[in-house]
Write a protein that binds this ligand. Structure first.
Ligand SMILES: [Zn+2]
Length: 258
């Protein structure tokens, strides 16, 4: 693979990351993501095209509005750079063009959802379902291009299994596991199932492991009680992404013959 692919993935990641900052602000508020243009939250200054250039506009203005100098925070920069880094990692992991696009759609959706869940403890269904509606057809095309139609069925089965499992956790925990997490699970299950059915339990296990570790640490340092609801979306996203990148190594150790 040439350096051109990596540079292309990084630039695309910055642009998509910039778009995700708009999505994470507007979708929870029920606003349109296309019109009108972004405004400064403090003085209402409408942002021009130059203000939307990822990273460079932030650095040029040191993260402040160009009129009222109100800080816009470091979050847009983190989201843009994080998206770019994950897109580059996806290109290095998959190489194949259709798979790469499909998995970039997944990480973009998971970043937006995690970002919103951390801020306001919600996982908007619009984002979960839109990501699945864009990603699933790409996965079908990738399976056909690779001449591995079997992946289409494991994709569907993975989505069903992950959803049933998360729904059971939701019911048994009496809502401790939120319904937003259940609505997110078809997306995770479809992608992990496409890679192989064994990836589904691996991804979910990693999510619950990470959630438990952070939950216990939270209780020890006293910031979270037993009844404090942790936003679980970021852990589901983390478990899924880790399974995408190192799931094959984990599965090789557990089922060496598979
Ligand atoms: Zn302003």
């Amino acid at each position: 693979m040439g350096a051109g692919w990596i540079v292309g993935a990084a630039v695309t990641g910055l642009l998509i990351g910039s778009f995700l900052t708009v999505v994470t602000e507007r979708v929870p508020a029920g606003e349109s993501i296309v019109a009108p243009g972004s405004r400064c939250g403090a003085c209402g200054l409408r942002l021009g095209p130059l203000d939307l250039v990822p990273v460079f506009s932030w650095l040029a203005l040191r993260g402040r509005c160009r009129r009222c100098r109100t800080s816009i925070g470091i979050e847009p920069l983190v989201l843009e750079l994080g998206t770019a880094a994950l897109f580059v990692a996806i290109v290095l992991r998959f190489e194949d063009s259709v798979e790469t696009v499909a998995f970039c759609v997944l990480v973009a959706g998971l970043l937006a959802l995690s970002w919103i869940d951390l801020r306001i403890k919600r996982l908007p269904r619009e984002i979960s379902y839109t990501t699945l509606a864009i990603g699933a057809p790409l996965l079908v095309v990738a399976a056909l291009v690779d001449d591995e139609p079997r992946r289409i069925w494991t994709m569907v089965l993975g989505a069903v299994l992950a959803t049933l499992f998360m729904w059971a956790v939701h019911v048994l925990s009496r809502g401790g596991m939120g319904d937003g997490d259940v609505r997110l699970s078809p997306l995770l299950g479809a992608y992990l199932g496409w890679l192989g059915l064994a990836y589904v339990p691996v991804g979910l296990f990693l999510a619950f492991l990470a959630g438990s570790i952070v939950g216990v640490i939270g209780m020890i340092v006293g910031r979270a009680g037993r009844r404090t609801a942790l936003p679980f979306g970021p852990f589901l996203a983390l478990g899924t992404v880790v399974a995408v990148f190192v799931g094959d190594a984990i599965i090789d150790r557990i089922w060496p013959t598979v």
